[in-house]
Design a protein around this ligand. Structure first.
Ligand code: SAM
Length: 242
């Protein structure tokens, strides 16, 4: 899968995505991530990419021209027909990003992520190019780069081969609309605190039941909204009551 990120701060993207699991996936050729400095495509002789808002008000608005030029010349895309490229605008006004959305986007061939700064991007970019607007939560960041990193990380880790152990992305929080059970590793006793006996029992049936119960309890306590409107199985109901 290929990701293209349009930004005026490529360094904010490159460093984090050259590290750890995503960095290894890039080296192994499992994902391609290209950053494009929108400033390289401005037709302003002083390399400016923003201007004051029409109608007045505080802050600066990013010009449409450098985004249009980056998409056309840098990425070779056409505004009327870019079927192979799904273009996403990162904005606090978008639909809130979720695990389900990450799974959906992992099915695309190419994701193009547009990062705004200041007061955002001239709306004609959205009107002309954007297939989808995504927000990473109900708060306002200084720029779209952190949001792009969140989307890339969450999508890339779902691609075949990116995580060492494929089950890691199947059995985890939000799969089956539940939070994951608590995890422990060696030593079995640490500063007087022990690991639940069942996890040391080697009895897979009991371990699975305990984990399911813990998932249900954690979800009920921390994120009851995930259980709303959901009909629990008789077995899950019993585990929750136990
Ligand atoms: N004036 C805009 C508004 O009120 O909707 C906010 C602009 S924000 C300061 C600058 C840029 O940061 C946005 O263009 C967007 O790319 C990015 N951004 C800020 N918060 C975000 C969020 N919650 N999710 C995704 N992108 C965000």
């Amino acid at each position: 899968m290929r990701f293209d990120v349009l930004t005026i701060f490529p360094a904010m993207i490159e460093g984090p995505l050259s590290t750890s699991i995503i960095g290894r996936a890039r080296t192994a050729g499992l994902v391609t991530i290209a950053t494009h400095d929108v400033r390289d495509y401005t037709d302003d002789k002083h390399r400016r990419v923003d201007d004051t808002p029409f109608g007045g008000g505080a802050g600066m608005v990013m010009n449409a021209q450098p985004f249009f030029a980056t998409l056309r010349e840098g990425l070779g895309l056409n505004e009327k027909d870019h079927d192979d490229a799904h273009i996403v605008l990162l904005t606090p006004q978008g639909q809130v990003f979720s695990q389900a959305k990450a799974a959906e986007l992992a099915g695309k061939k190419r994701l193009v992520l547009l990062c705004g700064h200041y007061e955002g991007i001239d709306d004609r970019v959205r009107q002309t190019w954007v297939d989808e607007e995504l927000s990473i939560g109900d708060y306002v960041l200084t720029g779209g780069e952190l949001a792009a990193l969140v989307v890339i990380d969450a999508v890339a880790r779902l691609l075949p081969g990116v995580l060492g152990h494929e089950a890691s992305s199947v059995e985890e929080s939000f799969s089956d609309q539940l939070l994951e059970y608590p995890q422990y590793t060696r030593p079995a006793e640490f500063e007087g605190m022990t690991v639940p006996d069942v996890l040391l029992s080697g009895h897979h049936g009991r371990i699975n039941n305990w984990r399911r119960q813990q998932s249900l309890v954690r979800t009920y306590k921390n994120r009851p909204d995930l259980l709303q409107g959901r009909c629990l199985s008789f077995q899950d109901g019993e585990l929750l009551r136990a």
